[in-house]
Design a binder for this molecule. Structure first.
Ligand code: FAD
Length: 222
């Protein structure tokens, strides 16, 4: 899996802080931005987060190229609706080379791993034979497994990123989507360290775990 930040709002944290400041200032946003110190950006972001005033975080967006995740995980990802996605099409791209993801639980069982690889290879062989027989890729793809690797571009604003990470960095979430958002966090942190630091599982925000089975990081209420 590879995750690369390919574009983002310039000065994302300054933009958020300036937008928030504007709501209580007679000055213009550009003048606020010129004068605002990094310390003031820090304190404003902290205040916004503490008070739950999160709409200014919608002014900063991050565009990430995501390669080599399984279709099982991309399906979970696109359930998050406050974002834009463009995914490599299984209708238009014929997969002569077939890349797929192998979960560690399967990879660590030599016997099952062989059977897994054989099943995937058999599915791909039939897929290729169907393409050769003139079946359109949009139909031949029905035989491809959830393991199929996919590529997509995702654009998400900082508010939704915090929301999604609260859900998907929880260790009770599925391992591949946890790994995906760990990599997203690393990329965002490079250009927006304060926002990056807020990309954390929900238990860090709540101070307790609300999952039926806790990973043990935080106490449960029950
Ligand atoms: C561990 C885990 C297990 C899951 N298991 C399943 C499962 O078994 N089956 C399944 O179907 N899904 C499952 N999901 C997906 C889950 O139900 C959500 O669809 C997904 O996490 C998207 O999150 P969301 O709805 O908070 O928000 P997003 O789509 O990320 O939207 C962000 C927020 O915007 C608001 N919002 C967005 N759209 C609307 C709207 N139309 N109306 C009102 N408010 C809106 C809500 O406040 C929402 O929280 C699972 C998710 C997780 C994290």
């Amino acid at each position: 899996m590879q995750v690369t930040l390919i574009a983002y709002t310039p000065d994302p944290e300054l933009v958020i802080a300036a937008a928030a400041r504007l709501s209580a200032s007679p000055s213009s946003t550009t003048k606020i931005m010129e004068k605002m110190s990094p310390q003031r950006v820090d304190s404003l972001l902290a205040h916004l987060l503490a008070s739950g005033h999160l709409s200014p975080f919608e002014h900063a967006s991050f565009t990430l190229a995501i390669d080599g995740i399984s279709r099982a995980t991309s399906h979970q990802l696109v359930r998050h609706r406050i974002a834009s996605y463009t995914q490599q099409s299984q209708r238009y791209v014929p997969f002569t080379q077939f890349h797929y993801v192998t979960p560690e639980t399967i990879a660590s069982d030599p016997e099952l791993l062989v059977r897994y690889q054989q099943a995937v290879a058999a599915a791909h062989q039939l897929y290729s034979q169907m393409l050769d027989a003139g079946i359109p890729a949009e139909d031949a793809r029905f035989i491809l497994p959830n393991a199929a690797a996919t590529s997509l571009v995702m654009t998400m604003n900082a508010r939704e990123l915090m929301h999604v990470c609260a859900q998907r960095l929880c260790l009770r979430a599925q391992w591949e989507i946890v790994q995906l958002f760990e990599k997203v966090k690393i990329e965002v942190q490079k250009v927006a360290p304060r926002i990056g630091a807020e990309l954390k599982p929900k238990c860090y925000h709540m101070g307790y775990c609300d999952e039926q089975e806790s990973c043990g990081l935080m106490p449960t209420l029950g």
